[in-house]
Design a protein around this ligand. Sequence first.
Ligand SMILES: NC(=O)c1ccc[n+]([C@@H]2O[C@H](COP(=O)([O-])OP(=O)(O)OC[C@H]3O[C@@H](n4cnc5c(N)ncnc54)[C@H](OP(=O)(O)O)[C@@H]3O)[C@@H](O)[C@H]2O)c1
Length: 334
Amino acid sequence: MEQRIDTIVYQRLDELFRDGYRHGLLSAPPELLGEIPRGAVERLLNSRLPRELDYTAADLLRTTVGTVLYGAIRRRPGQGGGLMTETTGRVALVTGSSSGIGAATARLLAARGMRVVVNYLHSEAAADEVVAGIDAAGGQAMALPADVRDAAAVDTLLERVRATWGEVDVLVHNALTPYAIKSFQDMTWAELGGKLDDEMRAAFIVTKAVLPAMTEQGWGRLIYLGTGLSRRPREGMIALGTAKAALTQFARYLAQELGPAGITVNVVEPGPVAETRMSQVLDEEQTRRQIAATPLGRLARPADVARAVAFYAGEDSSFITGTTTAVNGGMAMY
Ligand SMILES: NC(=O)c1ccc[n+]([C@@H]2O[C@H](COP(=O)([O-])OP(=O)(O)OC[C@H]3O[C@@H](n4cnc5c(N)ncnc54)[C@H](OP(=O)(O)O)[C@@H]3O)[C@@H](O)[C@H]2O)c1
């Protein structure tokens, strides 16, 4: 029997799905599902929603079940115990999260209820450690290797994510490919051109790979890690600074193109960050000078950067796109 449901119900259901509750529903404890068989919930949640406002009786049932479950289900124990948040259950891919800023970001997104893919290139043990820490804190994560410059490797990674959790909702592209630290006069084209190619190839590949699913669901977050060096030159950093400047402009173009698809695109631009591999290239005197030039009186820590990323990954930033946030304690103001 055909049955018409008004716009409000359609919008409610749409919100329900858009906001990722389907992920939370699938991991709901059985007592909250009551008499509704888990298989039925999975079928309900996996089915595609028509865009029209005319619904059949089956759609009405889906709406009702979905709405009741949404109201009933709370966060899993160990994740804070409160009501589900809008980030609960979203799948986040953090490239290069076996160390530094990426690792801190993976931990924070997991603490906020996301299911996190901890990507790495070589550091399997370090990535496993990040995952173990997240598990111990009651979150969900998996470690997966892939060279982000290799489209086939990224596809394989995404197939493994898909098989376990479904599509990626949030991409944090953070992986740091190697680069030469030297003056322009000493630099070869292979070094400068190689870094530009690595940086943009990786961003291109990971973005292309996650985009179809984001576009289809009409919701997505793309967050790129830039650097203050792309605006303010520092001796020896021409390769990294130039490559990251290209990345930042790439993100703005994406923001313009993908806004209508419900996808926001932003850049987090740290100054020097302590406790990372990069900070080890600074000697004591350089570190001292940088702290002296920072109004907030210290270098950034990975967790400071992770909080800005998490803001962009969540719902509080939903009307913000094409922006860059500097996380540098006021060292540079622009
Ligand atoms: N640290 C800073 O002071 C600073 C300042 C401004 C901006 N940033 C930006 O913040 C981001 C993270 O920096 P970080 O210092 O935290 O980095 P990091 O500690 O050096 O970690 C780099 C990560 O990238 C991974 N990686 C490297 N090449 C990869 C590839 N081809 N495919 C996949 N993963 C790869 C590494 O994995 P393996 O360990 O397996 O190799 C590691 O997980 C970078 O984009 C960087 O430019 C950092």
